[in-house]
Design a protein around this ligand. Structure first.
Ligand code: DAH
Length: 346
């Protein structure tokens, strides 16, 4: 657009600018077109700036009139620009919402799961619950009395060597097994008591594929009049058949625990080779799964149960061990590494 310097021609030009801007603006469909428009009319070196520059050379009579018109046209063009900008932006965002790319891969939902030890622990407890056992929990921080003394393991007893203990200040310790729950229960309740007590236990052992400083046990015990070793065999056989399957055989091997007499360890026929001999059972055909026995009269004396009148059995098993056998896991440390590649398999 050429510019000349009379008032009249500036008025003409302003009118043309107004018309032209209006008609151009109407057809824009993109923000980039609108930006070109802004540069053309409103920028520092744009058409309107040039007209304002030329106002300076008008006579003082013409200047106010033309100046007023120039301001009106400038406001009008600015208004056109702003309105169109808003319109285009809102169209853009609506289009963005409607656009759905069906070829994009879906978003994966990660689902959490229970730790294999939690699963197996619950499975074990559920089976005993089904046989009339009540679930009880005991503290993980214990005293020497509950963890050893009351279970007929006196201070100088060689059995204490079996369990290296984490001792805490003020004569506290971390329980080395779940058997203290027996004592805590007997102190509070009179027979009959039929209880299953799952929980975490601690041993100051070197960490390797077979042992870890923390692990889990399930303790079971039943005290009543006339509880016999045959009852113990019955309940454990039922448990093994429910957990490992009907065809799995049991073997009671005589053993020693200070808090039971007689004591036994239970082996099951190897679930991998069915007793023929393989690397899991070290060619023995049998796998050890738990310790058990008839509760020792000394234990009953400590909790003031009448050992002439009552008898009871007890057993204890390691959840890690059972879980490793069930799933063929060969390294106990896997349970504590929180490696999702391992955990996701359960
Ligand atoms: N408390 C024993 C341990 O940690 C396991 C055990 C053996 C528990 C025999 C019992 C039992 O109740 O009768 O090695």
């Amino acid at each position: 657009m050429s510019i000349n310097l009379t008032g009249e021609s500036l008025i003409d030009q302003l009118k043309k600018v107004e018309e032209q801007a209006e008609s151009e603006c109407r057809n824009f469909t993109s923000l980039s077109e609108l930006e070109d428009f802004r540069i053309k009319y409103l920028a520092r070196k744009g058409v309107l700036a040039e007209i304002f520059e030329n106002l300076k050379s008008l006579s003082s009579e013409e200047k106010p009139q033309v100046g007023k018109l120039a301001n009106q046209v400038k406001l009008k063009v600015e208004g056109l620009f702003e309105r169109k900008q808003q319109e285009l932006k809102s169209q853009d965002s609506k289009r963005g919402q409607q656009f759905l790319d069906y070829t994009l891969p879906g978003q994966k939902n990660w689902k959490g799961g229970l730790h294999p030890l939690t699963q197996v622990g619950r499975e074990i407890v559920d089976i005993f619950y089904g046989m009339g056992f009540e679930v009880v929990y005991g503290p993980e921080i214990e005293t020497d009395y509950y963890n050893f003394e009351a279970l007929n393991i006196p201070k100088d007893h060689p059995a204490r060597d079996m369990q290296d203990t984490f001792y805490l200040p003020d004569a506290w310790l971390l329980r080395t097994h779940t058997s203290p729950v027996q004592i805590r229960t007997f102190e509070k309740r009179k027979p009959p008591v039929k209880i299953i007590a799952p929980g975490r236990v601690y041993r100051h052992e070197s960490i390797n594929v077979r042992s870890y400083c923390v692990f889990h046990q399930v303790e079971g015990f039943y005290v009543d009049t006339k509880v016999s070793f045959a009852n113990l065999k019955g309940v454990l056989t039922s448990f093994v058949n429910q957990f490992f399957g009907k065809d799995v055989k049991l073997r009671f091997r005589s053993s020693y625990f200070p808090f039971t007499e007689p004591s036994a360890e239970v082996d099951i026929s190897c679930i991998l080779c069915q007793g023929k001999g393989c690397s899991l059972c070290k060619q023995q055909g049998w796998l050890e799964i738990l310790g058990c026995g008839m509760i020792h009269p000394e234990v009953f004396k400590n909790v003031k149960y009448d050992y002439e009148k009552f008898s009871g059995y007890a057993f204890g098993m390691g959840i890690e061990r059972i879980c490793m056998l069930k799933y063929g896991i060969d390294d106990i440390r896997l349970f504590y590494e929180n490696d999702l590649k391992f955990l996701k398999q359960f």
